[in-house]
Design a protein around this ligand. Structure first.
Ligand code: ATP
Ligand code: FE2
Length: 330
């Protein structure tokens, strides 16, 4: 079976094709285009306009790269939520139109669960991980427990990527700022104390961001601020992930989201995993960021396990929570 998936929750619009090969995910194509605002943060309507401009071409590219005729597509999947309303609506409208014109079923999927399932699907030994999902808007620690994907810990305010981007925006670094902060941090050698805020299993980043901005105004070295920002936030993420692993007794940890590209974060999680005798998995970069292939794969396994979505149930859900998903495939 071949599924074409369309991702469109936030900055990135993507289309990808996947095939089920003996229960594993074979990525046939994964095409994307990211909206990058000239100034400030993301404007939902402008992002949606960007997506509408590029989506038809991306779908075409995804089918061409997969080297299949349109008639080989058996299913169309789309990101139903969570995300920004105008962006979600653009992706969903295109998916509905494509499914109708190809006369194939349509399925809407949860974006956060897709980040986890693409890891399981493409890394065969990664069967039951705790996912540390770290992107711009999302920061969640997710694992399968008692029949559902549950959120064991998450941000109480902004996502970790957003925290890095906001700090970088003050310096006019241009979006995305994470990679630039990572390279400044490598030159840092002195830790500047920042609030370490974990409440129960949840994290908060905005107080820490304000404190980092204050250091910058006090003319502290940028390298040391970036270093301290990474050390503090990544230690928080690693701690919550470790506690979720201890609680669920899982021995695998998976990274997902754009911030998973960061080598310091990988090192910290890897050290933690080694100390517990656990394994760390990181999908390739194009499968870590928001992408159509992960949406296609989750759609495919949901459909194969019997989930069906009539057109009238395909409305988007901006607040689609991870634990609202009925898991039929595990
Ligand atoms: P979502 O809708 O899932 O929140 P998103 O639009 O934020 O997704 P992603 O591509 O998953 O998209 O993540 C982008 C984020 O990743 C940005 O905040 C960016 O700064 C951050 N990022 C990218 N590379 C790095 C890096 N090397 N270190 C730290 N952060 C990074
Ligand atoms: Fe994402």
């Amino acid at each position: 079976m071949i599924c074409l998936g369309i991702e469109g929750t936030a900055h990135t619009i993507g289309a990808g094709c996947v095939r089920d090969t003996h229960g594993h995910c074979e990525v046939l194509s994964n095409c994307m285009n990211t909206y990058s605002p000239a100034h400030g943060g993301i404007h939902p309507r402008e992002a949606a306009n960007h997506h509408a401009t590029h989506l038809a071409e991306l779908i075409h590219q995804a089918v061409q790269k997969a080297d299949i005729p349109y008639t080989d597509i058996d299913l169309v999947a789309f990101s139903q939520g969570p995300g920004l309303g105008p962006c979600l609506r653009t992706a969903a409208t295109a998916a509905r139109a494509l499914s109708l014109s190809l006369s194939v079923p349509l399925i809407g999927v949860n974006h956060c669960v897709a980040h986890l399932e693409i890891g399981r699907g493409t890394i065969p030994v990664c069967t039951d991980p705790v996912l540390l999902y770290v992107s711009g808007a999302n920061t969640q620690v997710i694992a399968f427990a008692e029949g559902k994907y549950r959120v064991f810990g998450e941000t109480l305010d902004i996502g970790i990527g957003n925290c890095l981007d906001k700090f970088g925006r003050m310096l006019d670094l241009g979006f995305p700022c994470g990679p630039k902060i990572e390279s400044f941090a490598k030159q840092g050698d002195r830790y500047l104390p920042l609030p370490y805020s974990i409440k129960g299993m949840d994290m908060a980043f905005s107080g820490l961001l304000t404190a980092a901005e204050a250091y910058y105004r006090k003319k502290e070295s940028l390298a040391n601020i970036c270093y301290s920002l990474q050390e503090t936030t990544f230690a928080m993420l690693t701690e919550v992930t470790e506690r979720a692993m201890a609680h669920t007794e899982k021995t695998q940890v998976l990274l997902g989201g754009g911030v998973a590209s960061n080598t310091r974060l990988r090192d910290m999680v890897s050290t933690m995993a080694k100390a517990r005798g656990a394994s760390l998995f990181v999908p390739t970069k194009d499968l870590c960021v928001d992408n159509g292939a992960m949406i296609a794969w989750l759609g495919l396994i949901m459909h194969a396990s019997g989930t069906r979505m009539p057109l009238e149930q395909s409305s988007i859900n901006q607040r689609f929570r991870t634990d609202m998903v009925e898991v039929t495939w595990r």
